[in-house]
Design a protein around this ligand. Structure first.
Ligand code: ZN
Length: 225
């Protein structure tokens, strides 16, 4: 399984590699680094070109994209209805980009599409890093805060709690990120429970094997049958 990652920073990517491996239960082959976007809306803007490139120019099987929600609308079960799309929800928007690409691009390299893995950190990746360490930090707490208009914590506070500063150096950021995700390496279920934006990513990853089997059938069956 060849997996590409599109994230907002090298620290995010280091942590994501561990989390993807934790969910899959085995290390995939991560294709060369270098897919980076500078936050929202840049991720959504470059994503169509990234998918197209991976689809036609490489034999990458899947692309994992993870972004922070910041203050955008949080993806909820209500958004999962068929054909539903919330224009201010980053999960809905990123999924839509993958859907449009799958519709538009003809098969290449023996597959119909680059498989999708989309996760959204609510409100920022530092909340995921605090999972298992600070029980007050959960996606539900953030959602409740949006409902009441009173934030339970700010994004800067989360950075302070993780890095001891809101302006960490990159090496310090990577060190803290790796230390944090180590808690979930052997069992990512706590992170899935506290952060549905991560659980959605985990569901995408676990669906890959079935998608690949279907693809194989499609390409093995004789034409026109
Ligand atoms: Zn949504």
């Amino acid at each position: 399984m060849k997996v590409a990652l599109l994230s907002e920073s090298p620290a995010d990517e280091a942590a994501l590699r561990v989390l993807v491996e934790a969910v899959l239960g085995a290390p995939p082959h991560f294709v060369a680094a270098g897919l980076r976007a500078r936050g929202w809306p840049n991720v959504a803007q470059v994503l169509p070109a990234v998918i197209r490139h991976l689809h036609f120019q490489t034999d990458t099987d899947a692309l994992v994209v993870v972004v922070d929600s910041d203050d955008s609308v949080v993806h909820t079960a209500a958004h999962e209805r068929p054909d539903y799309f919330h224009p201010q929800c980053r999960m809905c928007e990123l999924r839509a980009v993958f859907r449009r690409a799958a519709k538009k691009l003809p098969p290449a390299h023996g597959r119909t599409r680059v498989m999708r893995g989309v996760g959204v950190c609510v409100p920022a990746v530092e909340a995921w890093y605090l999972c298992g360490r600070d029980a007050s930090v959960t996606e539900a707490a953030w959602l409740a805060g949006q409902g009441s208009g009173r934030q339970p914590y700010s994004r800067a506070e989360l950075k302070w709690r993780v890095y001891g500063t809101d302006r960490p150096s990159l090496p310090h950021e990577i060190r803290c990120a790796l230390q944090a995700v180590e808690r979930h390496r052997r069992d990512p279920r706590r992170l899935e429970g506290d952060f549905p934006g991560f659980a959605a990513l985990a569901r995408d990853l676990r669906a890959w094997t079935a998608v690949q089997k279907n693809e194989q059938k499609t390409f093995e069956s004789p034409r026109g049958s």
